[in-house]
Design a protein around this ligand. Structure first.
Ligand SMILES: *[C@@H]1O[C@H](CO)[C@@H](O)[C@H](O)[C@H]1NC(C)=O
Ligand SMILES: *[C@@H]1O[C@H](CO)[C@@H](O)[C@H](O)[C@H]1NC(C)=O
Length: 203
């Protein structure tokens, strides 16, 4: 208690070191600079109104689904992945694009694409025709194919990721990674795609 009181008295009575003043001034200038930069970036965002580029499956078709008694599955799917850039004022670049298609945990194919640019307020379609080599199924997976035929609905897992980058005026570029993780469902009877939301959520 006594020590505390003495220190308090000293700080009131003593002269403030000029270095402390200097540090306080520098801190104030720094804080103001941070606020101004923050305001500029905020205005930039409001003016340019960036929208995160997204990848989504926009259409698909099950072209072939054949399984034999030996448990080999052969399939072909057409999948259209759309890369959209909703920004009215910035080009977006998509890169490191990889998708994987699987059935009941069994990998069917890995789909990739080269980097490409999508102009302002525009989109680009990636069309894939995926033909599987005969896939050996386990008895459980064969049962699943039969059950899918009976209820006329079969589901494939489609996962993927891409990196996107777009320029925001003079403030540099913003990078995002998008991820897709969905079930693509089809009617085995005619191969039609059962549309569902299959879109990336950027983070
Ligand atoms: C963006 O594209 C849509 C149609 O695709 C159009 O209606 C809209 O006006 C465009 N916006 C700008 C800012 O170009
Ligand atoms: C495919 O079959 C489903 C149900 O069996 C039906 O609802 C759908 O309209 C068919 N699609 C086409 C393109 O024939």
């Amino acid at each position: 208690m006594a020590v505390f009181k003495r220190k308090l008295a000293m700080s009131y009575g003593g002269h403030t070191n000029p270095l402390v003043w200097l540090a306080a001034i520098i801190c104030t200038i720094f804080a103001i600079a941070v606020i101004i930069i923050g305001i500029i970036v905020f205005i930039g965002y409001v003016v340019i109104h960036p929208r995160v580029p997204i990848i989504s499956v926009t259409s698909a078709h099950l072209d072939l689904l054949r399984n034999d008694y030996a448990g080999l599955l052969q399939t072909q799917l057409s999948i259209v992945v759309t890369a959209s850039n909703g920004n009215a004022k910035a080009h977006a670049q998509f890169s490191e694009i990889t998708f994987s298609l699987s059935f009941q945990g069994q990998g069917i194919a890995v789909l990739v694409a080269d980097s490409f640019d999508v102009p302002k307020n525009s989109s680009n379609n990636l069309r894939y025709v995926v033909q599987s080599s005969p896939i050996p199924l386990t008895p459980e997976q064969m049962d699943e194919v039969d059950a899918s035929r009976k209820r006329n609905e079969i589901s494939f897992d489609f996962k993927g990721a891409a990196r996107t980058r777009w320029r925001i005026g003079p403030f540099g570029s913003v990078k995002y990674s998008c991820h897709l993780n969905c079930h693509l469902k089809f009617r085995p009877s005619n191969g039609s795609y059962i549309p569902s939301k299959c879109s990336s959520k950027s983070k």
